[in-house]
Design a protein around this ligand. Structure first.
Ligand SMILES: Nc1ncnc2c1ncn2[C@@H]1O[C@H](COP(=O)(O)OP(=O)(O)O)[C@@H](O)[C@H]1O
Ligand SMILES: [Mg+2]
Ligand SMILES: [Zn+2]
Length: 542
């Protein structure tokens, strides 16, 4: 198998790191001055260069070049050994798959041995927020008195989960999302080197879709180039699925036309097809913001294809500026609310409903703009300090559409639908679970993030004989998922969302394949493809 593009294009020298100048400059200064710290914490969104930078630092401190400013030189024996993954003094621990205390204890025992090949033993602990409390404590002991030859580089996407005691012992560096323009430029460079033909419009679409994660952008390019065709906008749209974009248009259409049913349907379609609710909300905000820029005469600042701009114009002409400002504000708030709500569609629904009910207009005076009956909003429309909102469990889309329709025509309040405990277990299929998968994960995450991380690492989801079968890559992951609390929280969330009480069985589904490359041995039974089509991603761990 050929190497994935994002691995092949992992920066080998400092100047290849994109858009993280603030971090790179500080680290280079430290190398030049031979004043490298003993503990670093790299935080920031995935795919922005944390692991890459950690390896560059590991390389630089062990590089044999005489010229300090040229470390890592990428040519000496040590640099080459790191590149090839055979440098013994670089130890990488993936906390997501080794949450046990033993690993860190083990590390503590071995840390006092001097480096074998280089000046420093460098420990990179990736996804460090996944360590258990006990493991953190063990790590802390080591961080308190690191031997002079040891350097720790911790990396995390969730810095708020790192204990303050650990934070205070590390030099912190925050990685930022890669701006669209820099992503496009990087992709263009890779295309040139790899002989990939791609239009500017297509690269722009890929870059926007990757929302600042360069790794994702490169992977998307990889995926598109593997079709063997020249990459134009149409191909990119087809492969990446512009479905989400369409649902953003639909939602704004609903706002412009004061059409509650279409709005609700768009929101639920987006979530049911596996979109991340925050991501969807961001796309809506971004779109509305573009309309704002357009109205303020700053169209040049909008990064969008010509086709999209035409559609934006049509919307822009029909909205007053002050309403637009309000809409941007409300959906922007929703992004924040989505972090804390247990009901992923709720914040979007409420934002949408509030957009249609401007402050001056009490909710009930306009039956046309009432929100569907399955959402009972109990807060005042004009207060930023909204009271909690009660919502009944989500209902299937068809039912929802009915309700939304009903809400448009003034009608007596329907009785809230009862959720029956007996439910429809028998009829829940693999497809149903897959379709709700991102929502299941979002809700599990809100309750128990460890369980969500495990769900995220699953390689197989299947409903078989009324049981939900989850496949994991290893016995370790499987047994972690089997922790009764993880099972319970997942089962409960599924019950709430799908109204079905599915027993959960965990199995191991992956082994080394015959070629020994360690690639997945899952048969392409369509399930993995379905998952990918629904917005899932295959996660390759380095
Ligand atoms: N800032 C960056 N500059 C250059 N390439 C990057 C950058 N961030 C990510 N990449 C690309 O994405 C891949 C994965 O990046 P990685 O460092 O593993 O991200 P993280 O650890 O933040 O999730 C790299 O191999 C590289 O191809
Ligand atoms: Mg990483
Ligand atoms: Zn070197």
């Amino acid at each position: 198998m050929t190497q994935a593009l994002y691995r092949k294009w992992r920066p080998r020298k400092w100047n290849e790191v994109v858009a993280q100048e603030h971090v790179v400059q500080t680290l280079r200064n430290a190398i030049n001055a031979e004043r490298v710290g003993h503990a670093y914490l790299f935080s920031g969104p995935r795919g922005t260069g944390k692991t890459t930078t950690a390896r560059l630092l590991a390389k630089a401190v062990n590089c044999l070049s005489d010229d300090l400013s040229n470390r890592p030189c990428d040519e000496c024996a040590n640099c080459k050994a790191v590149n090839e993954g055979r440098f013994l003094d670089l130890i990488e621990i993936d906390a997501a798959s080794n949450t046990s205390v033993e690993d860190v204890r083990d590390l503590r025992d071995r840390i006092n041995y001097s480096p074998t090949d280089g000046r420093y033993k460098v420990y990179i602990i990736d996804e460090v927020h996944m360590l258990s409390t006990a493991a953190f404590n063990a790590l802390l002991k080591t961080l308190e008195e690191p031997p002079p030859h040891a350097i720790f580089i911790l990396a995390t996407t969730e810095v708020h989960k790192i204990p303050a005691t650990v934070l205070s012992r590390c030099q912190r560096h925050e990685f930022r999302r890669i701006p669209v323009a820099e992503t496009v430029k990087t992709l263009r460079g890779i295309c040139t080197e790899e002989g990939i033909e791609a239009d500017d419009d297509a690269l722009l679409l890929i870059s926007r879709q990757s929302t600042g994660a360069l790794r994702d952008a490169i992977s998307l390019l990889d995926q598109l180039s593997s079709t063997g065709k020249s990459i134009n906008l149409e191909l990119a749209q087809n492969v990446l699925g512009t479905a989400t974009n369409q649902l953003v248009f639909d939602l704004v259409d609903a706002l412009v036309n004061n059409d509650p049913a279409l709005g609700m349907v768009s929101i639920h379609k987006a979530l049911d097809s596996g979109s991340d609710p925050r991501q969807y909300a961001r796309q809506v905000v971004e779109y509305l913001r573009s309309l704002l820029l357009m109205q303020m005469g700053n169209e040049k600042a909008i990064e969008a294809t010509r086709d999209v701009k035409t559609r934006m114009h049509a919307h822009s002409e029909r909205i007053e500026l002050n309403r637009l400002i309000e809409w941007v504000g409300l959906f922007n708030e929703a992004i924040g609310d989505l972090r804390t709500t247990w009901q992923p569609s709720l914040a979007l629904e409420v934002a949408f409903a509030r957009c249609l009910n401007p402050k001056s207009q009490p909710v009930n005076q306009s039956p046309e703009t009432e929100i569907p009956a399955n959402v009972s909003v109990t807060h005042k429309v004009d207060g930023p300090t909204a009271k909690p909102v009660e919502v009944e469990p989500r209902q299937p889309e068809t039912e929802l559409r009915e309700k939304a329709k009903a809400a448009r025509e003034p009608q007596p309040e329907p009785e809230p639908a009862e959720v029956e405990a007996t439910g429809s277990e028998g009829s829940v299929t693999t497809q149903d679970v897959m379709a709700a998968w991102s929502r299941i994960r979002a809700e599990v995450k809100a309750r128990r993030s460890q369980a969500e991380a495990l769900l995220n690492s699953q390689r197989l989801v299947q409903v078989k004989g009324g049981t939900l079968v989850l496949g994991f890559q290893s016995e370790t992951l499987k047994s972690k998922m089997e922790n009764p609390e993880n099972i319970e929280v997942t089962r409960r969330v599924i019950y709430n969302l799908l109204n079905a009480d599915l027993p959960i069985q965990c199995i191991v589904v992956i082994g080394k394949d015959a070629s020994g490359t360690g690639e997945t041995s899952i048969e392409p039974d369509g399930l993995v493809n379905t998952a990918i089509n629904l917005g899932g991603k295959l996660v390759h761990r380095d």
